[in-house]
Design a protein around this ligand. Sequence first.
Ligand code: AGP
Length: 600
Amino acid sequence: MCGIVGAISKDKNIVPLLITGLENLEYRGYDSAGVAYFKNKKINIVKVTGKVNKLKDKLKENESSNIGIAHTRWATHGKATTINAHPHKFKHITLVHNGIIENFNILKEFLIEQGYSFKTNTDSEVAAAILNYYYEKYTDIDKTIQEFMSTIIGSYAIGFIVDNDYENIYCLKKESPLIIGVSNNTNMISSDIRAILKYTNKYYILDDFEYAKIDVSKVIIKSRTGDIISKELKEYIDEDANSSKGHYKHYMLKEIMEQKETILKTALPFIEDGINSLLTLPDLTKYKEIDIIGCGTAYHAGLVAKYLFTELTNTRCNVYLASEYRYQNNFLNKDTLSIFISQSGETADTIAALKLVKKKKCPNLGIINVKESSMTLLVDKCLYTKAGNEIAVASTKAYTAQVTILSLLALSHGYRNKTINKNQVLEVLKEFKNIKTLITPILNKKETYLSIAKNIYKEEDIFYIGRGLDYALSMEGALKLKEISYIHSESYAAGELKHGTISLIKKNTPVLCSATNDKLNAKTISNLKEVLARGANVYLITNTKIKDDSFKIINIPKTSDFIKPILIVIPYQLIAYYTALLRGTSIDKPKNLAKSVTVE
Ligand code: AGP
C-alpha cells in the first residue's frame, strides 16, 4: 500500500502541500518517495529511496509550482529503489499509483511488441505506459481513461499529469481509496482526507470506476462511461486535530497510554444508561452463527470474541484471516452474521472478504476506527471504535477498542440469549465504567516491563503461550513484539508445545504467558514447568495468587472475561515497546510495514 497526493492551485506553491501530504501519508508506506510538478512548462521529477524527509532534503530550497503529484511507497513489485519510486513518467504521462495491476505482465509483453521499453519491473510503470498507449491512440483523456479501466485487472488509485497540459490533474480509482479535496483556488487528491486536513476538510469520495479532471477552480467527476456525475461534498470533522506525540518519545507509547480514555470513550454509548444502552447494540439472536473476519491485530481481537461468544453466550463463532477467507468455501447463508474488524477500514483483504459477503447478500457488520473509510461505506452497519487517530503502525488502542465493542456485543447477546443474567451484566458494565482505575496501575508498571525488556531484548527467539482466552492474547503479544523489535516471537497454545515446538526451548529462552482462567491455570502452570525444565525464563501475567519464585509474575486485577483481555494485553504492549526501545528500532514505522495494507 502506498500514499498518493496531488495539488493544483491558482495562488499557492503546491510543493510544500505535497510534502506535508506525504508526511501524513507515510503510515501507508515509507520505503521511497517522489514528487512530479510542472516548472517552466516541463515536468520535474524528484525521487528518493527512504522516507519523505529525504525527499524534502533533496528538493531545492523554496522549489515552487502550481500543479503536481507525489507518492510515498510500500514496495510491492520491485525493490525499494529510486528508479522504482513513483512518480513514473512514460512519455506524455506521469503518474502516481497505489494498488496492484494484476495483469501487468501480459500488458508489458503487449507493449514491448508495440516497441515500448521499460526501465523498471514495477506494475506502476506499466500502468503509466498503458495510459500513454491509449493517450497516443486517442489523444482524448476520457477515452484514454475509459480504455485503461477496461484493460486493467487489479486495484488502483491513480493521479496523473500530462505533458503540455498545465491546467489539469487527472485521477481514477478501483478498490484503492482516493478522495478529492476542494478549497478556494486549490484542489487536491489524496489517499486519505486526513492527510490534507491542513488545507481542506471538504472532499469528494471517488467510487470504483469513477474518474475526475481537476483544475484550480472545478472538479469534474465522471462515471466509467464518461457521464458527469454529481457527488455529495463531504466535510470531515477531525476529532483528533492535535494528534501530535506531545511529550511522548513515540506515538506507540502515547497511544498505549491513551487507552485510559479510549476504552471508556468507545464503551460509553453502550454502557452509560446501563442495560438500556447495552441493548442498543444490534440484536444477534436472529443469527445461528457468527463469522468474524480480519487481519493481524484485528483478527486477534476476533479470537477474543470467539471465546466470549462460544463460552459465554453458547453461540457458534468462527474467526477467519481475511486473506484466507476470500479464497475458501465459506458456506455463506442468511443465518450467519459476518463481522468485519478493521482499524483503517482500508485493508484490501478484509474489503475483498466483505465484498464476497455482500455479493451473496448476507448480513454483515463492521467494527471500524476510521470514519468514512472504504469499509464504512460498504457494511450494512458500522460500529465505530472511538480510539482516535492511531498513528503508530503497531496497533494498540485500536485493538482494545475493538475488544471493547466485541465484548459488549457478546455481553448484550448473552443477556438476550439468557446465558448471562442481569446481575452479571451490571457487574461487567461497572467494570467498563471503572476501566481507567483498573488499567492505570497496569500501565504504570514501567520498571517491571523495562526489566523484562532488558532480559529479553538480545534474544533471537521468544515464545508466547496460553490456553483459551490467554492463547488468543498470546497471539497479540507475539505480534506486538515481532513487528516493532524484529525479534522472532511465536505464539503457541500452551498445551500444544509438547507436540514438537518445545524442542526449540533452550537455556534462557524467554516464554511469556498469561494464566487467568481458574479452570485452566493448573494445566498452564504444568506447561510452564515443562519449559522451565528445559532452561526457559518464564514471565507470567496472572490474576490469581500464584506463589512460585521460578516465574517473574505480573499481577493484574481479577475481573470478568469481558474485561480480562484488555488487562492482559497492556503488559504485552509495553514489554514489546520497551524491548524495541532497547533495540533501537523504528518503533512507530517499523521496517517493511505500513499502517494500512491496501494491497493483497
Ligand atoms: C497490527 O499491529 C498491525 N499493524 C497489522 O497486523 C494490522 O492489525 C492489520 O494490518 C489489520 O489492519 P486493519 O485493522 O486496519 O484492517
